[in-house]
Design a protein around this ligand. Structure first.
Ligand code: HEC
Length: 270
């Protein structure tokens, strides 16, 4: 018995110590993660805008899949999502030499891409589910020239990203807007935005539209049933209201037949 009590006592002591230590270290841990963030640029997602989705699909399948896969969809399911017939899809967008029913994988062999950028690019569906549209849009439009990086560029929302600036030919180059801030708690020069440095093949408005269309398309791929859910939602709410009414009626009928103790007393006297 004594033995048991001493084990319990030592466990209690450990628990108290651990809680104390957490209290001491946690505020510091959260303070040390403080980082000055670039503000995110909000965008509106419109899953009914088929031309925007098609434009997004065109760029994603011809630029991004050079490195990234998009494994949650097949080309065939895309053509349905974009409201295109198979022939239209094959003519306007195409499958980069793959079969129409194939999953969308990158043509770049993993070993080569790893040697090229030092990491394996994550799957784009996975990326689109993890990040908000605002983050994705800001990321795609916030590359800036940074000679200290192996790729020559850096990003205002993803510091030291190993993804090269694939938009440089369209968007042109950009320079950072630097402020003195914190990076993971340490004082540093942090980029909170970008400014144009040279003109690409697109105007600013054209490029912004393209980036928005890509994000719109990625969001549609990552949330394939969103429109169906929105369509079915009101019907389900209606069904719940109807069921509530029915169950209330049944409740009234049942309790109308139940003799409560007060009534029983009254009946027995009678
Ligand atoms: C040259 C190869 C290459 C191309 C082309 C490319 N990417 Fe990337 N991308 C990468 C690599 C590598 C990473 C991983 C970056 C890291 O972890 O540092 C990445 C990361 C990303 C991320 C951040 C993901 C995260 O981990 O949070 C996004 C978003 C992204 N890519 C979107 C795109 C889009 C959209 C396109 C097409 C317009 C594209 N990429 C084209 C190589 C590429």
């Amino acid at each position: 018995m004594k033995h048991l009590i001493s084990i319990r006592g030592s466990r209690l002591l450990l628990l108290v110590l651990a809680t104390g230590l957490l209290g001491v270290f946690c505020p510091r841990a959260s303070a040390s993660l403080k980082t000055t963030q670039a503000p995110l640029k909000q965008i509106k997602i419109d899953l009914n805008n088929k031309p925007a989705l098609r434009n997004g699909a065109l760029y994603t399948l011809h630029v991004c899949t050079a490195c990234h896969s998009l494994q949650a969809v097949r080309y065939s399911s895309l053509s349905q999502m974009l409201g295109m017939k198979k022939s239209e899809f094959m003519h306007d967008i195409g499958t980069n030499g793959r079969h129409f029913h194939d999953l969308i994988t990158s043509n770049m062999p993993p070993a080569i891409i790893h040697a090229f950028v030092g990491t394996t690019p994550p799957d784009l569906t996975d990326i689109a589910r993890r990040h908000s549209p605002a983050w994705l849009y800001t990321y795609l439009t916030s590359y800036y020239v940074d000679p200290s990086r192996p790729s020559g560029v850096n990003n205002a929302v993803f510091h030291n990203t190993s993804m090269p600036d694939v938009f440089a030919p369209y968007q042109g180059l950009q320079k950072p807007v630097m402020v003195k801030g914190l990076r993971y708690g340490s004082p540093a020069e942090v980029a909170i935005g970008v400014k144009p440095l040279s003109q690409g093949s697109m105007t600013q408005a054209q490029f912004d539209r393209t980036a928005r269309d890509i994000v719109n398309f990625l969001y549609a791929v990552a949330h394939p049933h969103q429109q169906e859910r929105e369509r079915l939602g009101p019907w389900f709410l209606g069904l719940f209201v109807l069921l509530s009414l029915l169950t209330y009626l049944i409740y009234r009928i049942y309790w109308g037949r139940v003799i409560t103790s007060k009534e029983r007393w009254w009946r027995s006297v009678k």
